[in-house]
Design a binder for this molecule. Structure first.
Ligand SMILES: COC(=O)c1ccnc(N)c1
Length: 242
């Protein structure tokens, strides 16, 4: 997967050289390039923002540098990347979207700052490539850079060969519409608290049932919205009778 990121703070992405993402880059699974938006400015002050039409506080990112940057990184005529724009006004970023993005050959991230990017940039880009405005949740950040780090980590870990133990993707939170069950390791008793005996029984059927029940209970308690979204067949017949 090729990933291009455009930001006025390219140094924000130094952490991507670390750990699993660093290995994914070294192995060639992930080809990542970070670009400074100011590369596409031409004035002495390398200006990227200006005051908003209609008034109001703050500044808006100018369309010209963005237009040139997106054309340089997604040249007309080539296979267009998918443009991702992190913004509080975006569609929710979910594990399902992470899986969708992990299947894309080329992602292009535009990191907005200030009050955002002139909307015409996204409208013009949408005439040449798929554009997804995406939100991490109902809160506001200084810029899109942190959101790109989160999205890239969620997507990269789904790429083939990145996670050593692929099985760990199977039962994690949101993998099957539920939150994951609690996990334990040695010692069997810690500060007087014992690991649930079923987990030490060796009965894999009982263990699987216990974990599913715990996942269901957690999801009901913490994320009732996820229960409402569950297809009925996900609920065991015994649960449906309840
Ligand atoms: C500037 O970007 C944001 O403030 C942002 C991006 C993605 N998700 C959010 N909840 C906020």
């Amino acid at each position: 997967m090729r990933v291009d990121v455009v930001s006025i703070f390219p140094e924000y992405f130094a952490p991507l050289d670390l750990s699993l993402i660093g290995r994914a880059r070294a192995s060639g699974t992930l080809q990542l390039a970070v670009h400074d938006l100011r590369t596409w400015t031409h004035d002495v002050h390398r200006t990227v923002d200006d005051t908003p039409y209609g008034g109001g506080p703050g500044m808006v990112m100018r369309p010209e540098p963005w237009g040139e940057a997106l054309e340089a990184l997604a040249p007309p005529g080539g296979n267009p990347p998918r443009l991702l724009v992190p913004t509080p006004a975006g569609a929710p970023f979910t594990q399902a979207l992470a899986h969708e993005l992990a299947a894309e050959p080329h992602l292009l991230f535009a990191c907005g700052r200030y009050e955002g990017i002139d909307q015409r940039v996204l409208e013009h880009a949408a005439s040449r490539m798929p554009v997804t405005e995406v939100s991490l949740g109902d809160y506001v950040l200084f810029g899109g850079e942190v959101a790109v780090l989160v999205i890239l980590e969620a997507v990269t870990r789904l790429l083939p060969g990145v996670l050593g133990n692929v099985g760990s993707l199977d039962d994690e939170s949101h993998a099957h519409g539920l939150l994951e069950a609690p996990m334990y390791t040695k010692p069997a008793v810690w500060r007087g608290q014992e690991v649930p005996t079923v987990l030490r029984s060796g009965d894999h059927g009982k263990i699987a049932r216990w974990r599913r029940d715990e996942a269901l209970a957690r999801t009901v308690a913490r994320r009732p919205d996820m229960i409402a979204a569950l297809p009925p067949e996900c609920l065991d017949p015994r649960d449906r009778a309840a």
